[in-house]
Design a protein around this ligand. Structure first.
Ligand SMILES: Cc1cc2nc3c(=O)[nH]c(=O)nc-3n(C[C@H](O)[C@H](O)[C@H](O)COP(=O)(O)OP(=O)(O)OC[C@H]3O[C@@H](n4cnc5c(N)ncnc54)[C@H](O)[C@@H]3O)c2cc1C
Length: 387
């Protein structure tokens, strides 16, 4: 397979020299762990003290990782990306409080996103997190089949209703809906609910997508069992396949409570598990795959698998996805080669998006390989332009 991801000209075609320099400077800072720690503390303090730091945050880290403070604000970014055939999944990244009013507000926001996406070729997906619609402890209880109190039963029926409302509108408007995966101890309840939604709304094509975290060693068995059930009932499966974002938390909890960790033993095992899942998805009928990854090898492998199976590059059942502000060399080169690509574009009021931004900074600090890869690519492009 030709190594297309090395093409930095295509990867950064949308970035001006100044934007390229800003990105380089940003990743250089993020690479510095003490700086990220101190920076995070100062920013949190400044925001709590209502100091006027929002402009500074916007000009630096926010604009690199986020599209804007609301949907309209994101439009220039969406259109710019689309000019290079890169699509957008608008990700409302406000991490809300756990109360019923907030959950209803999140539902409204997702409905607004679906409407916004309708008839915009540049936005083929909407997305939400299960914990945006209900309390994590409630999902956990349902996952463990613990008897609910009367109030909890009522509360759960509202969660079910929220899922059904957004899935129905997504189906009506023909906008596919990605549902993120979160902590393993609440996931069974989400899985069951999403399976119901798939059965209801994925009769003609994949509208509703669940997410498989392949750092979990049990997910291949789940995928195979789900596939059997879907075949029997004759509906499509939509699946976002990722490695998983909560590894440390999962391992710590398993150790603390004393159960077998749900996470693969090492990175190689996760990588193999991931690649087995995408192979299964490509190998079977009535499946639509959204590969959410920044991993070059997995992306090359998926391109190769699709080629072997004579799946067209722009087949609507195959999508690649990365996060905005990261791995442009994968997104833009894939889109340039004719593949379907949709980047998650987080947005929301600056102070509400801070937890998301801090996670990105911390993740890039800990995943040293990824940051040095970004820096290397940016450096190569700066050099190329100077020549
Ligand atoms: C579009 C998109 C959507 C996403 N949606 C979700 C979501 O819904 N839920 C979610 O949880 N995450 C989600 N993620 C994040 C994703 O799960 C990964 O954390 C992130 O993409 C890094 O993994 P990678 O495949 O890009 O590749 P890599 O950088 O090659 O892999 C890093 C990942 O490998 C795994 N890993 C690392 N070290 C070890 C180890 N020692 N043992 C076992 N496994 C290890 C971890 O999962 C780690 O995140 C999403 C990512 C993208 C791009």
């Amino acid at each position: 397979m030709e190594k297309i991801f090395e093409n930095t000209k295509t990867a950064f075609a949308l970035k001006s020299d100044t934007e390229l320099d800003r990105a380089y400077f940003l990743f250089k800072m993020i690479q510095n762990e003490p700086l990220v720690r101190i920076g995070t503390a100062i920013t949190n303090f400044a925001l709590k003290a209502h100091m006027p730091v929002e402009h500074l945050i916007r000009a630096s880290v926010f604009d690199h990782f986020c599209g804007g403070i609301n949907e309209e604000d994101c439009l220039p970014v969406i259109e710019k990306m689309h000019s290079k055939h890169v699509h957008t999944t608008l990700d409302y990244s406000v991490e809300g409080k756990e109360d019923e009013t907030q959950f209803d507000l999140t539902v409204d926001k997702i409905l607004q996103n679906i409407n916004f996406a309708q008839e915009k070729q540049s936005i083929p997906f909407a997305v939400f997190k299960p914990t945006g619609f209900g309390r994590i402890d409630l999902y956990e209880k349902v996952s463990n089949h613990i008897e609910l109190t009367k109030e909890e039963e009522e509360e759960w029926s509202k969660v079910v209703k929220r899922f059904d409302t957004v899935c129905k509108v997504a189906d009506d408007k023909n906008v596919s809906l990605l549902i993120d995966a979160e902590e393993s101890w609440m996931q069974d309840a989400a899985d069951e609910l999403i399976e119901e939604m798939m059965e209801k709304y994925n009769q003609k094509k994949a509208i509703v997508f669940n997410t498989l975290q392949m750092y979990r060693w049990d997910r291949m068995d789940y995928l195979k069992a789900l596939y059997k059930r879907a075949q029997k009932k004759n509906y499509f499966i939509g699946m976002k396949v990722v490695r998983g974002a909560y590894m440390e938390k999962e391992r710590e909890r398993a150790k603390e409570i004393g159960y077998k960790s749900p996470i693969c033993d090492d990175k190689q095992a996760t990588d193999e598990n991931y690649n087995t899942a995408i192979e299964f998805m490509i190998d079977h009928e009535k499946l639509a795959l959204f590969a959410g990854t920044h991993n070059e090898e997995s992306s090359y492998q998926l391109m190769e698998l699709a080629k072997q199976k004579n799946i067209l590059k722009n087949d609507n059942r195959l999508w690649f996805g990365q996060l905005y502000g990261m791995s442009d060399h994968i997104s833009y080169n894939l889109a340039d080669a004719g593949y379907n690509v949709a980047k998650y574009l987080p947005y929301g009021p600056v102070r509400d998006v801070m937890p998301y931004l801090i996670r990105r900074a911390e993740e890039n600090t800990s995943v040293t390989g990824q940051t040095s890869r970004e820096l290397k690519l940016l450096k190569t492009e700066r050099k190329r332009r100077k020549l």
